[in-house]
Ligand binder design. Structure first.
Ligand SMILES: Nc1ncnc2c1ncn2[C@@H]1O[C@H](COP(=O)(O)OP(=O)(O)O)[C@@H](O)[C@H]1O
Ligand SMILES: [Mg+2]
Length: 265
């Protein structure tokens, strides 16, 4: 990482740090005064009923909400100590630091090989990697997601021909060569069958410590199993952020308890 920044404040122990974050889609306010400090190197799960703003929050961290012209964001979002909305912050740098995995696997309609190396090439423009170097990068990334043995003999076939589980693993693998610090995952297992869910979840758990992971899930069992801290949101607000075990055993708020016990949709 950037070892030259010596002016680390205490806030920098947080991978993601927001203050008074508000967000509007047109006139509709979707996030209200979100103050979150998400610790580095942990897996934090983000839970809450449909429409409470989980995806919106994730998308404001890497600034993909702003592709919509009618979104207005107000407040502070720091990623690894830097305000991502600072005028001198380059979007390319933000996206390099932050990898994202979506609900539906979205590999590019090109080969497995090209999918894995795509981001790496994009972020290393002008520096041509040797083929052997690329091969090493591809193998390492695919091994990390436990996909190497299945695909090593068909690296040139289309990624879209893989099973959904394999596609989602590939979508995680292709982030790794870019060396992000933060991984945002928006219900990464929701399109998978139980077996696929288990495999991908296990994989995410294995990445713990190497990356800061913020994962949205509707699956309480998954949140409880796979995360160290947990955030509960309701109607655009953060209700509770605590150690996962505490949230599930002794939630502080009635709304949290109601949600965990399945009394919300
Ligand atoms: N692109 C958009 N344009 C307008 N409203 C949106 C958009 N995306 C989400 N919303 C609204 O913002 C609120 C939060 O949505 P979202 O972040 O997708 O919730 P969640 O991921 O928790 O289900 C919802 O009321 C939703 O209808
Ligand atoms: Mg969502």
């Amino acid at each position: 990482m950037n070892s030259t920044s010596s002016n680390a404040s205490t806030q920098d122990e947080y991978a993601i740090h927001t203050r008074e974050l508000n967000l509007w889609y047109g006139t509709f306010q979707a996030l209200f005064d979100v103050n979150l400090s998400i610790k580095q190197g942990l897996i934090t799960s983000l839970i809450g009923p449909s429409g409470c703003g989980k995806s919106t929050f994730l998308r404001s961290v890497n600034r993909i909400n702003e592709r919509l012209g009618y979104v207005r964001t107000d407040g502070l979002i720091k990623v690894l100590g830097r305000n991502v909305y600072d005028q001198d912050v380059e979007l390319v740098q933000v996206r390099k630091q932050i990898g994202m995995v979506f609900q539906r696997p979205n590999p590019l309609p090109i080969s497995i090989r090209e999918n894995i190396i795509f981001g790496h090439k994009l972020h290393n423009e002008g520096r041509k990697a040797r083929i052997s170097e690329e091969d090493e990068i591809i193998e390492a990334a695919l091994r990390k997601v436990l996909l190497w043995d299945q695909v090593k003999d068909r690296l040139n076939s289309k990624a879209t021909e893989l099973s959904l589980e394999e596609q989602q693993k590939l979508c995680i693998a292709r982030l790794l060569p870019v060396k992000p610090s933060v991984l945002l995952m928006d219900e990464p297992c929701s399109a998978l069958d139980p077996k696929g869910t288990e495999a991908v979840e296990e994989l995410i758990w294995d990445l713990r410590g190497e990356y800061t992971i913020l994962i949205v899930t509707h699956n309480m069992a998954q949140a409880r199993r796979a995360s160290e801290e947990c955030i509960f949101m309701l109607m655009g607000k953060v209700v509770e952020h605590t150690a996962t075990e505490d949230m599930f055993v002794t939630p502080e708020h009635k709304e949290t308890a109601d949600y965990i016990e399945g009394r919300y949709g």
